[in-house]
Ligand binder design. Structure first.
Ligand SMILES: *Cc1c(COP(=O)(O)O)cnc(C)c1O
Length: 467
């Protein structure tokens, strides 16, 4: 398989290079030149296979020829053995008042209790494998709105050949999220808090990648969802869920709490590969750029307003570029200028043709803070189940949809204990805390505070990786 950049001016690469490159040198994102197809017989088989087997079969064509299927299978087994549930990604029912069948897809059984573990536990192992094969090392730099950071740190800690520098927006992530990152005492892990928003952190990472001499000198690598390997790894649970709910023949809809568009993009890719998908529903909190774009056809940046679902407090959803690339029939030249204009003006009008294609498969809606709180309370009083605020955004949006015939799989992206305060405020009851989270409060934190300035960050990266 070959990979090309969404902006058309970067070299065509194989998986191993794309894995280590992250962002393409022209500022674009890597996409497979052609997607593998999963046939009917495979889909029917997937409904009854263990998660790890589906993962190996879905991912093998993406990683070839860089990584052979046996090595992939071994890494997949190891990655998902870290999950606390035997099904890896279990599905539960959610009573839905006679509308469509609603199901909760629990993506949060990994080491750090968020869906980020699904991709990152595998990514850490793929990195180590590829670095060993090449006898080289990398500096992973990432930005986190909360969950990517801890999942990446857990995936990369103490791995050979990797130094990890993780930026987070100071005071804008929960205490549990911060402690999950800053209490990891591994010499290859470096936490930085930035005086700014998540978008600022993401821009700093992108700027470091855009500086080609710095990038080469430090051998930068990315774990943000700009890394194609993450999107690929996330397609797997669309296949397991869709085939379990629909037997490989009937369509499923997916409702996804969306921030950087990495999760729901994986659903779109799975649909392109042959999974029967009815609707893909973008659920946003009050930072609703994608919902507004879907409605009006104009993508327009606004200020980020903090919410109780911080992993979705984003205005620029990086992976949306991959969707625009595909929906525009891969018009890299158009996309290159379009993304530059959007950066410069904060606005991008989408053509009627493009917006029609978007609406052919995607729906979009937002949930207010009040709706999130009410949904957490309502699900708890109806079922005794706790859901976290990100999941609640999606449940709230799914409940408002008009009745359709397909079951709706609602992606539950975080364990409720990770956002225990919000859940307790809504329900009056504190969700039980897993031991791993309780433990965090007694540990020493380690983090460097830096201003929102590229030079300061680059200096830090250089010194951290020289040590
Ligand atoms: C990262 C994250 C999201 C958003 O996912 P994207 O892939 O960025 O759209 C939603 N919920 C939680 C809990 C997350 O950690």
């Amino acid at each position: 398989m070959k990979y090309q950049s969404t902006r058309g001016e970067a070299p065509i690469l194989e998986f191993g290079d794309v894995l280590l490159a992250g962002l393409a040198v022209d500022g674009g994102l890597y996409m497979p030149s052609e997607l593998p197809e999963i046939g009917q017989a495979d889909l029917r088989a997937f409904a009854n296979l263990p998660y790890t087997e589906v993962a190996t079969r879905v991912l093998a064509p993406f990683v070839a020829p860089s990584i052979d299927e046996d090595s992939l299978g071994r890494m997949v087994e190891e990655a998902y053995a870290t999950f606390r549930h035997p099904d890896v990604v279990p599905i539960t029912e959610l009573p839905s008042e006679g509308v469509n069948d609603h199901h909760i897809v629990e993506l949060h059984w990994g080491p750090t209790f968020s869906f980020k573990d699904v991709a990152l536990q595998l990514l850490g192992r793929l990195f180590e494998h590829e670095l060993e094969r090449r006898a080289t090392s990398v500096t992973v730099v990432g930005a986190t709105s909360g969950d990517t950071g801890s999942a990446a740190i857990e995936a990369c800690r103490d791995r050979e050949g990797i130094e990890l520098v993780m930026l987070h927006p100071r005071g804008r992530i929960s205490e549990v999220q911060r402690r999950q990152m800053t209490t990891v005492a591994s010499s290859n892990i470096h936490n930085v808090s930035i005086d700014g928003t998540f978008d600022d952190c993401q821009d700093l990472v992108k700027a470091m990648f855009a500086d080609s001499s710095f990038r080469q000198q430090r051998r930068l690598a990315a774990v943000n969802s700009i890394n194609w390997a993450r999107v690929a790894a996330q397609t797997v649970y669309y296949f397991t869920t869709g085939t379990q709910l629909g037997g490989g023949e009937r369509q499923t809809s997916f409702c996804v709490p969306t921030g950087n568009f990495g999760n729901i993009l994986a659903g779109y890719i799975a649909a392109q590969m042959g999974l029967p998908v009815d609707r893909l529903i973008i659920a946003s909190n009050h930072n609703d750029i994608l919902t507004r774009t879907h409605l009006s056809g104009l993508m327009e940046m606004e200020q980020v307003i903090p919410s109780t679902s911080p992993a979705m407090d984003i205005q620029v959803s990086s992976n949306f570029e991959r969707l625009l690339f595909d929906l525009s029939d891969r018009e890299a030249a158009w996309l290159r200028t379009a993304m530059q204009d959007f950066r410069a003006n904060g606005q991008l009008p989408l053509s009627e043709a493009l917006i029609t294609r978007l609406r052919n498969i995607f729906d979009a809606d937002r949930a207010s803070e009040l709706e999130v709180e009410e949904t957490i309370a309502d699900v708890h009083s109806a079922t005794g189940q706790f859901i976290d605020p990100h999941t609640a955004v999606a449940v709230s949006v799914a409940r408002r949809l008009e009745a359709g015939s397909s079951p709706i799989a609602i992606m539950s992206t975080a364990h409720p204990a990770k956002f225990g305060d919000v859940v307790q405020d809504a329900t009056g009851v504190a969700p039980a805390q897993p031991e791993e989270i309780k433990d965090l409060y007694g540990r020493t934190e380690s983090c460097t505070d830096l201003p929102n300035e590229l030079n300061a960050i680059m200096e830090f990266v250089s010194s951290a990786t020289n040590a």
